[in-house]
Design a protein around this ligand. Structure first.
Ligand SMILES: *[C@@H]1O[C@H](CO)[C@@H](O)[C@H](O)[C@H]1NC(C)=O
Ligand SMILES: *[C@@H]1O[C@H](CO)[C@@H](O)[C@H](O)[C@H]1NC(C)=O
Ligand SMILES: *[C@@H]1O[C@H](CO)[C@@H](O)[C@H](O)[C@H]1NC(C)=O
Ligand SMILES: *[C@@H]1O[C@H](CO)[C@@H](O)[C@H](O)[C@H]1NC(C)=O
Ligand SMILES: *[C@@H]1O[C@H](CO)[C@@H](O)[C@H](O)[C@H]1NC(C)=O
Ligand SMILES: *[C@@H]1O[C@H](CO)[C@@H](O)[C@H](O)[C@H]1NC(C)=O
Ligand SMILES: [Zn+2]
Length: 467
């Protein structure tokens, strides 16, 4: 559904290095052969060992799984041509007025059935910029006084179709081509062996399978939801939220945001905040740019709209913690390659001094199948054990701080409202809000994430002190 094949820039070299012709030989025990009565009870007992070796001279895939779900869909069925599996009902359909007691002060749940798609923009298109709503948001952004840098929009087609912008990638701090981050970007969890769990692009038809797995294993995630999916499936969004997962924005129509004008960026973010607020009663304070496509112009607009940016962990200019799962459904990557990427991510997570955030998706059957069948069981069996939490919690903040209405403004003010002297963050996560572009931190590829963040935060602090 998304222009997945255009987004190879975001993939690790491990994925992008292979050609579509690579054939694999796979020898594996069949986890699906286990008795269905042992459903979802695999962790302690399973020791299925899956080894895959690619039939190629350029890429060798070797991974072994120490744990899989006994009900896992066989890897050979996690392919673009997979037959459609039956969908599961929601774990709970929530009554309007239900109160999320786990978030102090949270408003009662709105009536999902009362949401009328006719009151929202067309699905999967950047919304018009002349509606009363968008005109108001444009005015609100202007009222913050946060300067929006005058950076030209990028062309569609990624780094290869943007020679001038690539030459200027450091100045504009374009993550997509070169991996530049600012200290305001959340790209990792501060504490080692902590996984800030995230799923993007839903709610999707198979999200309930993921929610059921989370419930059975007491896991909580951050969902970066697409506005167009939320208006189509508001009850599912409510079920995610009421189960205690963090809900964050992922735009209305999932574009490369640097290709959009300022007004279009405002429309994308504004409508995606609005549908979440209308369905849940709370407004998210975090967002993830689709494909990680962000530069200082888009950052400044997000900051002015009270949204903190969450990307995913990058350990070198060319390696990110991207499972590559989002091209599974389109056939751009095999399930074996995704698991190989996952093993590299887990291996590399032990080499960095911080925790990590990885990229995964809940929009498609295949991505949910691989998550609940393999990736999550493997992560739960990892030694040393991972502390798996939503992003907000890995940042040492309560879930309440994920939303405007419940944020404890005295200690963790939302970005646009925050006078710099009042921003307090945990010591381990120095993080200051900086109005772009005047107070820039140095832009280096974050080889050592922790050191990079320390350095960048110090530099930002100095620039404030020095004026
Ligand atoms: C899995 O396979 C690898 C490679 O063949 C082997 O080293 C490892 O001991 C096996 N693990 C288990 C649990 O069988
Ligand atoms: C290796 O790949 C080639 C084509 O890429 C194929 O013809 C051959 O059968 C494969 N060998 C094995 C053992 O899978
Ligand atoms: C490259 O950019 C130009 C100018 O915006 C655009 O017309 C063209 O479609 C882009 N090419 C690709 C492959 O996206
Ligand atoms: C280069 O980046 C600077 C700073 O972001 C911006 O002002 C300028 O317009 C950019 N130039 C080009 C050619 O993209
Ligand atoms: C780290 O990731 C790279 C590929 O991105 C992989 O080649 C390497 O084996 C990984 N390291 C570990 C320890 O898994
Ligand atoms: C924080 O401020 C927002 C307005 O910016 C307000 O809606 C919210 O209730 C405040 N949070 C608390 C806990 O008072
Ligand atoms: Zn996405």
């Amino acid at each position: 559904m998304w222009p997945a094949l255009l987004s190879l820039v975001a993939l690790s070299p491990l994925i992008s290095a292979h050609g579509p012709h690579i054939a694999q030989h796979i020898a594996r025990a069949n986890p699906a052969a286990s008795s269905p009565t042992t459903a979802h009870s695999s962790l302690a007992t399973s020791s299925t060992n899956t080894t895959t070796t690619a039939n190629t001279t350029s890429v060798t895939l070797t991974f072994s799984l120490i744990s899989t779900n006994p009900t896992a869909v066989p890897l050979s069925d996690i392919v673009s041509s997979a037959s459609t599996q039956p969908t599961q009902a929601l774990t709970t359909t929530w009554q309007p007025g239900s109160v999320p007691t786990f978030i102090p002060g949270a408003p009662a749940l709105p009536n999902a059935l009362a949401l009328n798609p006719a009151n929202y923009p067309a699905l999967d298109k950047t919304p018009p910029t002349d509606s009363p709503e968008v005109l108001q948001w444009i005015q609100e952004v202007a009222n913050t006084g946060i300067p929006i840098p005058d950076i030209p929009v990028t062309n569609p087609g990624g780094c290869g179709n943007n020679t001038a912008a690539v030459a200027n990638a450091t100045e504009r701090c374009w993550w997509t081509c070169g991996g530049c981050t600012r200290p305001t970007d959340i790209t990792t969890c501060p504490k080692k062996d902590t996984w800030g769990l995230t799923y993007d692009d839903g709610p999707g038809l198979y999200t309930p399978d993921l929610l059921t797995y989370f419930q059975q294993h007491s896991l909580h995630s951050t969902f970066f939801v697409v506005g167009s999916r939320c208006i189509s499936r508001p009850a599912m969004l409510q079920d995610e939220y009421m189960a205690g997962h963090q809900i964050a924005a992922h735009t209305w129509s999932h574009p490369y945001m640097t290709t959009r004008t300022n007004e279009e960026v405002i429309a994308e973010l504004g409508w995606s905040k609005k549908i979440i607020k209308d369905a849940l009663g709370v407004t998210p304070l975090h967002w993830r740019p689709p494909f990680g496509d962000i530069d200082d112009r888009v950052r400044a607009i997000a900051t002015a709209m009270n949204l903190e940016t969450v990307i995913w962990t990058r350990i070198s200019p060319t390696q990110t913690f991207d499972t590559g799962d989002y091209t599974l459904a389109a056939g751009g990557v095999t399930a074996q390659q995704v698991l190989n990427n996952w093993e590299s991510i887990m291996g590399n997570s032990s080499k960095i001094s911080t925790g990590f955030i990885a990229l995964e998706h809940d929009l498609w059957q295949q991505t949910v199948d691989i998550a609940v069948g393999y990736i999550l069981p493997e992560a739960l069996a990892h030694s040393p054990s991972f502390n798996i939490t939503p992003v907000i919690e890995c940042l040492n903040m309560p879930l309440a701080n994920a939303y405007v209405e419940t944020n404890d403004n005295s200690t963790n003010p939302p970005p646009a409202d925050a006078p710099i002297s009042h921003v307090k963050r945990p010591q381990s996560w120095p993080k200051l809000v900086s109005p772009y572009p005047d107070h820039r931190a140095p832009c280096n590829p974050p080889v050592d994430q922790a050191a990079e963040h320390q350095r960048a935060a110090l530099s930002t602090l100095l620039s404030y002190i020095l004026g």
